[in-house]
Design a protein around this ligand. Structure first.
Ligand code: GAF
Length: 394
């Protein structure tokens, strides 16, 4: 099995090497990193003001670079899409026109962060990006890039904001420059995630409760379907609109305030699709609160059951799963020692997340290989605090 995991220091070394090749000058002054995330439960609830339960990952995006004297910006990436240029240059002009979204698409996240940086205008700089978060894998490669870049700018020119305002600025960058009307989960956990903890985030009050994940008998497995998801398509914004429509028909500010009784009472005023979207969100918010309680008590069977219910609801009611993700969840649930499994992130491809007993991990990986011979599995076991996170690419 080939190992594809690169820890932050190896990535920094790779980015520094590339920086030396490109700019042939002294070493970069700054090196920063920000994590990707896996969401354990609470999917498509953040933009409905509900609860989510993600954890930061040892998969990270790093940025190395230096401030320059003028207004010019040069950025290169070691990890962009193969069919796009890996380098971009622009000048920071006072009307902001050079920050308009364009190509290459990876640079839009950076331009968005520059635009929404709290201490703008920013000085010119040279930077190199490298990442171990798989692109389009539903593990928040974009949020980790935004947050890493924001942290980079803070090193060049400090701002006066707190961590929550940093997450909000990065979320805004995603809205304006990637065209994704995302919720706050990904940027929030990338900024505020804590080692050895999942984070129960109340997406209305933006209060976060860390929940320890230190049981040595547990493993979290992330399995990448390698079906690339893209949230910039029409599906994600369409789901968000359907939820807003449902809330408005129910007379609520958001689905966070709605109960299943409210929904059933209003059923004849909702079309079938809108009803099913709203039902997923109302039940998923409740499941997430229950799951956080179960995790605190170490009730992993109960947690796992809620994960599977979440997946079924995302597949049948919210319709954001796909065949490959459903197969991965089914395969995982056949293995003894697995508590639960579900798709994670926005959906339409990407990864599954599975909670299992540590002593079942080899059996689980073998089972995935046997289940479908075409799945090529590479695995690694980075330990993030107490809980090993194993990732498998199929
Ligand atoms: C994506 C979005 F960016 C998040 O805000 C969230 O809505 C998630 O999909 C679904 O839970 O990751």
């Amino acid at each position: 099995m080939a190992s594809s995991f690169q820890d932050a220091s190896a990535l920094v070394a790779e980015a520094r090497r590339l920086y030396g090749q490109m700019f042939g000058e002294e070493a970069p002054q700054v090196a920063v990193c920000a994590p990707g995330r896996v969401n354990l439960i609470g999917e498509h609830t953040d933009y409905n003001q509900g609860f989510v339960l993600p954890m930061a990952l040892p998969l990270v995006t790093v940025v190395v670079g230096s401030r320059t004297s003028g207004q010019d910006v040069t950025i290169a990436t070691a990890t962009g899409d193969a069919d796009e240029p890996h380098r971009v240059n622009f000048s920071l002009c006072s009307d902001g026109s050079t920050l308009a979204p364009g190509l290459p698409s990876w640079a839009n996240y950076v331009k968005g962060v520059i635009q929404h940086y709290r201490a703008s205008p920013v000085p010119g700089f040279r930077a190199v990006i490298a990442s171990s978060v798989p692109l389009g894998g539903g593990l928040s490669s974009s949020a980790s890039l935004e947050v890493a870049f924001y942290t980079f700018l803070q090193q060049l020119k400090p701002d006066d904001g707190d961590k929550v305002s940093k997450a909000l600025a990065c979320q805004k960058a995603e809205h304006t420059h990637a065209g994704v009307p995302c919720g706050i989960m990904d940027q929030f956990v990338s900024v505020l995630g804590r080692e050895s903890h999942a984070l129960l985030i109340d997406c209305r009050s933006l209060e976060a409760t860390p929940i320890p994940l230190t049981d040595p008998g547990l493993v979290i497995l992330i399995t990448n379907s390698n079906v690339k998801h893209s949230l910039t398509g029409s599906e994600y914004p369409a789901r968000r609109r359907q939820c807003e429509e449902a809330a408005s028909i129910l007379g609520k500010d958001s689905l966070r305030d709605a109960t299943m009784k409210n929904l059933e009472d209003a059923k004849d005023r909702l079309d079938d699709v809108t009803y099913r979207r709203a039902r997923h969100v109302i039940e998923e918010i409740e499941r997430t609160v229950q799951a956080a309680e179960a995790l605190k008590r170490g009730a992993y069977e109960e947690f796992g059951k809620l994960m599977v219910e979440s997946h079924d609801s995302l597949r049948d009611l919210y319709e954001v799963s796909c065949r490959e993700l459903d197969e991965l969840v089914s395969a995982a649930m056949e293995v003894e020692g697995v508590f639960g499994s579900r798709m994670t992130g926005g959906g339409f491809g990407g990864c599954t997340v599975t909670l299992l007993q540590a002593n079942a991990i080899d059996r689980m990986i073998l089972h995935l290989q046997l289940w479908k011979q075409t799945w090529q599995i590479s695995s690694h076991l980075p330990v993030f605090g107490g809980i090993p996170v194993t990732t498998v690419a199929c």
